[in-house]
Design a protein around this ligand. Structure first.
Ligand SMILES: Cc1cc2nc3c(=O)[nH]c(=O)nc-3n(C[C@H](O)[C@H](O)[C@H](O)COP(=O)(O)OP(=O)(O)OC[C@H]3O[C@@H](n4cnc5c(N)ncnc54)[C@H](O)[C@@H]3O)c2cc1C
Length: 381
């Protein structure tokens, strides 16, 4: 079905993203997986192409696209190559950007945004802690005021880009008695004394996306690095999580659709019992169901993209999009592995890697159980 969400400007932008990927990413995919890191040069190239500052005002080096559809196009194209690429870059241009653009002072914008756009400064966001990620209001990292500075203590875990990030938006408790209303966001930068990182975490999938633990031991964070208002960090996160979940939904579907397309080619070529395996009725029906599910899901996500571009996407619809697409993706990729037979279980095959890469999407950005909580609460239950 023809998608109506994008116009000629988005199509032209998509072409430029495709060229960038073909030139700077695809030839180096294996290298990134082996090194368990996306090379900095790719970040700089993405910066030169103007892909990192889509939400950033022009005076700070961005393109101020003012239309979420551009974020979505970038997310779709990056996910088409690999989930790790889209999650690493997505955390930066899609998840962290709104915090650094909407909540910061002019001085902070001047200090951070030009390097954010150029790719010289890679960013991450640290909400989850070893003690828990779902119950964000219960986080235990603390920041205590000392003169005009804050002294940060605690740790974060599972942080995407955590190993290489130059700036991490860290959520910390500033008013212990106030639970959700006592959390503040801080920009913690490389080189701050007492800020250390653990090893790169050894994940089931997405090896090239660096994911790390972060430790804060009496880190002195100056007042100029407080992001937004003191004690309003939880609200700031709640207001921005719908975009993170929509970005996740866009990526989930694009990733699933890309592997499904490859699988459709494979089942036409691969033969058993004298015929193409895709022509067995069972497989044909499986694929018919999956293609239908992806396309129907796409219609909902496209509506969410349009709603968000118009500033109207609610937390419940974002939760539905994130939850549903990650479940559909899981179903699609599991079936694709099955259709590839033994090859589907070999890491050198894209389908096997995609299956491993995708599992986390039902856990992160708010687990699917938390998404169902949000949806269920909206039903008055
Ligand atoms: C590869 C990767 C990258 C990540 N990147 C980041 C990042 O960049 N920044 C960041 O801050 N975090 C990141 N995360 C963390 C992620 O958001 C958390 O893992 C997630 O929110 C779940 O938190 P948890 O792991 O502590 O699980 P827990 O909160 O301990 O939950 C464990 C299980 O209990 C379920 N559960 C919890 N509460 C309820 C409930 N009320 N009802 C029903 N079930 C419930 C959960 O759904 C889950 O199945 C990342 C995680 C991974 C794996």
């Amino acid at each position: 079905m023809k998608r109506t969400v994008y116009g000629p400007d988005h199509d032209a932008f998509r072409e430029s993203v495709r060229e960038f990927i073909a030139r700077s990413v695809t030839p180096r995919t294996e290298e990134f997986i082996e090194n368990r890191l996306i090379d900095r040069e790719v970040w700089l190239e993405a910066g030169r192409q103007g892909f990192l500052g889509l939400e950033v005002p022009e005076e700070y080096g961005g393109s101020a696209a003012g239309d979420y559809r551009f974020n979505a196009v970038l997310g779709e194209e990056l996910s088409g190559v690999g989930a790790a690429l889209s999650s690493s870059f997505g955390i930066h241009y899609d998840v962290v950007a709104p915090y650094l653009v909407e909540l910061t002072t002019d001085e902070q914008k001047k200090r951070w945004l030009p390097r954010f756009c150029s790719g010289e400064m890679i960013t991450a966001i640290g909400m989850s802690e070893p003690g828990g990620g779902s119950d964000l209001a219960a986080l235990r990292t603390t920041a205590v005021r000392d003169g005009s500075d804050w002294i940060l203590n605690g740790s974060k875990t599972f942080i995407t880009n955590g190993y290489c990030a130059d700036l991490v938006v860290v959520a910390a408790r500033t008013s212990p008695e106030k639970k959700a209303k006592g959390i503040t966001l801080f920009a913690v930068e490389t080189g701050m004394e007492g800020f250390t990182r653990g090893r790169k975490l050894d994940k089931v999938g997405q090896p090239e996306a660096d994911t790390a633990e972060l430790f804060f031991e009496n880190v002195r964070v100056p007042a100029e690095n407080v992001i937004g208002e003191v004690d309003r960090g939880f609200i700031a996160m709640m207001e921005r999580l719908p975009q993170e979940r929509l970005g996740s939904a866009v990526a989930n579907l694009a990733h699933a659709a890309a592997v499904l397309t490859e699988t459709l080619s494979y089942v036409k070529e691969r033969r058993a019992f004298g015929q193409a395996i895709g022509s067995f009725q069972h497989n044909k029906f499986v694929l018919a169901d999956l293609v239908t599910k992806v396309e129907v899901s796409q219609a909902f996500v496209d509506q969410c993209v349009v709603a968000h571009a118009e500033g109207e996407l609610g937390a419940v619809d974002a939760a539905k999009a994130k939850m549903w697409t990650s479940e559909v993706q899981g179903e699609v990729l599991d079936a694709c592995v099955q259709l590839f037979g033994g090859y589907g279980y070999m890491k050198e095959y894209r389908v096997a890697r995609a299956w491993m890469d995708a599992r986390v999407t039902r856990i992160w950005a708010g687990s699917n159980e938390i998404m169902r909580e949000i949806i269920g609460r909206d039903l008055g239950l």
